[in-house]
Design a protein around this ligand. Structure first.
Ligand SMILES: NC(=O)c1ccc[n+]([C@@H]2O[C@H](COP(=O)([O-])OP(=O)(O)OC[C@H]3O[C@@H](n4cnc5c(N)ncnc54)[C@H](O)[C@@H]3O)[C@@H](O)[C@H]2O)c1
Length: 464
């Protein structure tokens, strides 16, 4: 792949779409949501001409030492770098960030850990292409703002590198297909790093479900409920880009933290499949009010206008008839929650606070603290890695996530999360946007597996 070919893959549409990242919030209108017209009632989902998906989950040849290049080493990218420095068999070869000071800081962590200084990229917003073309890397991991996830993954895969991206992997249906297309065309992993799949309560629920303790799982409720007003208005970090999305998109913008663990428990892409969804949003008031309360007369942030409904509610039906409620709620005062309710024919787990009721085991009609069951049902992976993950981000789950990806690459095994999971979980963003704009009409979820979901094996009980 020549340099010009590779750059050409960042086509005009993509560069328009990522405009807000480069030009700041003033250019927020440069973002092009998948379904821009609120009254558009055509939603034909073109899918690229692809052959069948692989008959068995994709695995690449084992990699002895995984050479990694990071793109975007801000809050979350920096956390991944720190984790990788504590995992055996990893070499951090390059890093790319348009924030020079941060780039240097992260490089110092690498050299302090005794590794060679990683090559530095980031002279402009598409310098990751040069990194992918120049460096000998096995894996490119992006933790950039959302706009850049797909361009980075595509540049990685077409330059013969595996890709991993922060969440959501993509936010248009076309881009979800694009990730699948490139992963299949280039025989590469394209993993969405959904760390909440590895949190201890979520993994305990998965373990209990696999043991049949909760019976047949029929329904789940989940979401991302996090008061982000201060973060969205900050003059650094996510404040530089996340609020822009609230100006142009009314959707369930960040579904994967809640949905990832629920999808695993329900065997999505491994025995079941999201079939269709409906979505509706409340009025948008939280960010407007915050701006008015926190900035003086005449400040530009006071005159910003948002379209993102403060609370989005999306309901998904699976092919096997199961139901999932997904909430997105980031603009109002409230304590943090991902809800995480999983209900089966024999019992229920309810998160925030975490509690369980299992028929015949718990006192009648009463909850038990989840910790009462931890000794018996703690996921084996947590038992394996509890000590090593101490002190890592988000209570240790981020380390376990990174550890597992490296292990799968080193052993040549299928990754826990694959490109089909990335696409199925992320596509909830554009489809909810369409449904909100169309009086909550149902919209089909594309089958990115093209029927393979009925054959691919269940996710196993993972070990370190
Ligand atoms: N899994 C989680 O728990 C979790 C938590 C926070 C953020 N995230 C995700 O991580 C990603 C980053 O979020 P964050 O909080 O770290 O944001 P951030 O703003 O702190 O970091 C983003 C970094 O990317 C850099 N950047 C921006 N455009 C770039 C480009 N074109 N090329 C190279 N570098 C570029 C910025 O300079 C910055 O250092 C987002 O996708 C977000 O949704 C996930």
């Amino acid at each position: 792949m020549s340099k010009s070919d590779s750059r050409a893959s960042l086509d005009r549409r993509e560069l328009l779409k990522v405009g807000a990242a480069g030009l700041g919030l003033g250019a927020a209108a440069g973002l092009t949501p998948m379904f821009a017209a609120a009254d558009d009632d055509t939603h034909a989902q073109e899918r690229p001409a692809l052959g069948p998906a692989p008959a068995t989950p994709f695995a690449s040849d084992p990699i002895d030492v995984v050479r990694v290049g990071f793109v975007g080493v801000g809050g979350m990218g920096g956390a991944h770098v720190r984790n990788y420095l504590g995992i055996e068999g990893v070499e951090i070869v390059a890093r790319c960030d348009i924030n020079e000071a941060r780039n240097e800081q992260v490089a110092s962590w690498v050299t302090d850990a005794g590794q060679a200084p990683p090559a530095m990229y980031g002279r402009d917003e598409t310098d990751f292409v040069r990194m992918c073309e120049t460096e000998e890397l096995d894996l490119v991991m992006t933790a950039t703002p959302w706009e850049w996830h797909v361009p980075v993954c595509v540049a990685a895969m077409e330059n013969d590198k595996h890709a991993a991206t922060e969440v959501p992997a993509a936010y248009t249906t076309d881009d979800c297909w694009k990730l699948v297309e490139y992963a299949e065309k280039h025989d590469k992993h394209c993993v969405m790093m959904e760390n909440c799949n590895y949190d201890r309560p979520e993994m305990m629920v998965f373990h209990m479900a696999r043991l049949g303790i909760l019976g047949d799982i029929l329904h789940a409720e989940c979401g991302y409920l996090h008061d982000l007003r201060e973060i969205k208005f900050s003059d650094e970090g996510e404040g530089l880009w996340r609020r822009a999305h609230a100006m142009v998109r009314n959707a369930n913008l960040y579904p994967t933290h809640g949905l990832g663990p629920v999808a695993n428990v329900m065997d999505i892409n491994r025995g079941d499949q999201f079939e269709y969804l409906v979505s509706m949003s409340s009025p948008s008031q939280g960010l407007q009010e915050w701006g008015m309360e926190h900035y003086p007369e005449g400040h530009p942030k006071r005159s910003e206008r948002y379209v993102l409904g403060d609370v989005n509610t999306t309901m998904i039906k699976t092919v096997r008839g199961k139901t999932i409620y997904v909430s997105h709620d980031t603009n109002l005062p409230r304590p943090y929650s991902r809800i995480h309710m999983v209900q089966g024919t024999k019992g229920i787990f309810q998160g925030y606070p975490h509690r369980v009721h299992v028929e015949g085991m718990s006192p009648g009609h009463q909850w038990q603290e989840w910790t009462e069951l931890l000794d018996e049902y703690d996921h084996p992976l947590w038992k394996d890695l509890e000590e090593q993950s101490q002190g890592a981000g988000h209570g240790g789950m981020d380390f376990i996530e990174d550890y597992r990806l490296v292990k799968c690459l080193r052993e040549g095994k299928p990754t826990d999360m694959n490109v089909y999971d990335a696409a199925a979980l992320s596509v909830v963003v554009p489809l909810s946007e369409w449904s909100v704009a169309n009086r909550s009409r149902p919209i089909d979820v594309p089958d990115f597996t093209r029927g393979r979901w009925a054959q691919w094996p269940q996710l196993e009980i993972l070990r370190a």
